[in-house]
Structures are given as C-alpha cells and as structure tokens.
Design a protein around this ligand. Structure first.
Ligand SMILES: C[S@@+](CC[C@H](N)C(=O)[O-])C[C@H]1O[C@@H](n2cnc3c(N)ncnc32)[C@H](O)[C@@H]1O
Length: 248
C-alpha cells in the first residue's frame, strides 16, 4: 500500500506543468501544482542495445547522409544525442573539437569507444539537450542527427542550441519529420498516440513537424533537402537535412 502511494506521488510529479512553479525551488509534497525540476532522465536500456547493434547494419547507405550532414564544418562543434557515435568518423579535420552530449548511459559508453577512433578530438559527456551543460556562445556549430524526434521539448532544445552557438554559428540537422501525405501522416500520428512507436524507438515520435519548429525558433533556416530512409514506407520518412543559423 505504501508502495502504491509512493508511485502515485511520483506520477503526479511528472504530470503537472513546470511553467506554473516559480523558480527552481524544491517540490513540497502539498504543492498545489507539482512538476519535475527539469527534463526526466533518458534511460532506454533495451532501445540503446538494439540501436547499437542494428544502426551499424543499416548504416552503409545512411553514412552518406551523415557525411553530408557534417561536411565543411570547422572549429568547435557540439553534437547532441550522439548515440553510439556513428557521426564521429565523418567530421572533417578542420573541426578542432567535438563535444558530444549523450544522456543514455549504455550509448554514452559506446560513443566514448567511438571517440577514441575518431579523426578529430571528441569529448563525450552526459547531459540532455534541454539544458546543455555548456557556456553561452561557445560553439561554431551544432549537430542534431535523429534526436529532435526524441527530446521532451523541442523548443527548449532549439533555444539552448541558439544560446550555446556563437553569433553566426550554424546548426546542422538531419531529422525525420511528419509526411506530407495525409495517409502516412495519419499512420504516424496513430503510432505516436498509441505509445507503440515511442516505446520501440526509445522515446522517438514519427509525426513531429520538426522543420516547422526549427523555422519558429530563434535560428534561421538557410538550406534544407529532403531524403528518404529506405525502405520508403518506413514511418520515419521523409528525412530532412539542413542548416539553420544564429544571426551574427
Ligand atoms: C535515434 S538515436 C540517434 C543517435 C545518433 N544521433 C545517430 O545519429 O546515430 C536518438 C538519440 O537521442 C538521444 N536522446 C534522447 N533524448 C535526448 C535528450 N533529451 N537530450 C539529448 N539526447 C537525447 C538518445 O539517447 C539517442 O542517443
């Protein structure tokens, strides 16, 4: 019974909006509204192992998108949600340092191993894209690859990326977005609402209108190209590769 009460209190803590809690004070049990004090931890042990095993197999074709994503970058780069580090080998040598943020413990371990073999210095750190442990204006570029589908708050992540980019710095993104086909979009929405897709995909949502959210952020979209993640019928299509910039 005591256990059930504890679970109930924990569930309430997750359900109520953060915006109504002033500042960052600790929660009290009888708060009229309660909230978590930040994004919830990212812990997807089964997905992490599946992604780590399967992403390499499908990656021969996808590797060219990864290469395109980071082509021409230089200086200090922040990569959010680096996963098992499949982008690391593609960074051009003009990149002086990659700081790779990965909140999932198992994937972070894999990313650290991948960092050791990367052609540029890569530092892998724990953290979440909604509250980046990085200084203002400290990066020349940021990279988001198949991550904005999974974060708990896209707007907050984009505002964080804007904060940590230097004036004139760029965000390179490669993200799957909601289909323009009404039928496919309905399937994507159904998969997300059922909870099935987020459960299988470690928090992934296939119906997010990520491009529109980037366009509505403080970053300015400069370029975008649509791609397909084969096979084309997968609900994680289409994919958009693009660049958005912080004004100088
Ligand atoms: C589909 S995987 C993509 C991994 C990698 N970017 C790639 O391209 O192979 C999604 C990644 O986003 C990470 N992720 C999920 N929520 C996150 C958050 N709030 N902040 C940062 N990363 C997050 C996951 O741990 C996972 O590594």
């Amino acid at each position: 019974m005591r256990c059930a009460q504890k679970r109930c209190a924990a569930a309430q803590a997750v359900l109520i909006p953060a915006a109504r809690l002033p500042g960052r004070r600790r929660l009290r049990h009888n708060d009229p509204v309660t909230t978590t004090l930040g994004p919830s931890p990212v812990h997807h042990p089964i997905f992490a192992r599946l992604w780590s095993a399967l992403s390499r197999f499908g990656d021969e074709g996808f590797a060219r998108y990864r290469a395109e994503l980071v082509a021409g970058l230089s200086g200090r780069v922040l990569e959010i949600g680096a996963g098992n580090g499949l982008n690391f080998t593609h960074y051009p040598t003009a990149v002086t340092e990659v700081v790779a943020v990965e909140p999932e413990e198992f994937l972070r371990g894999k990313a650290m191993a991948a960092a050791a073999a990367a052609p540029v210095p890569v530092r892998v750190i724990d953290g979440q894209a909604e509250s980046l442990p990085c200084e203002d204006g400290s990066f020349d570029a940021a990279v988001s690859c198949l991550v904005l589908c999974s974060v708990s708050d896209q707007r907050r992540v984009l505002s964080e990326l804007h904060r940590v980019l230097a004036p004139g710095g760029q965000l390179r993104f490669l993200e799957h977005v909601r289909s323009s086909s009404p039928r496919m979009a309905a399937v994507q929405r159904g998969l997300d609402r059922s909870g099935a897709w987020p459960l299988i995909g470690g928090g992934c949502h296939c119906s997010r209108e990520t491009l529109a959210t980037i366009a509505g952020s403080p970053l300015r979209i400069e370029a975008q190209r649509e791609k397909v993640f084969p096979p084309a019928w997968l609900p994680v299509n289409p994919i958009v590769i693009g660049t958005a910039r912080r004004s100088g």
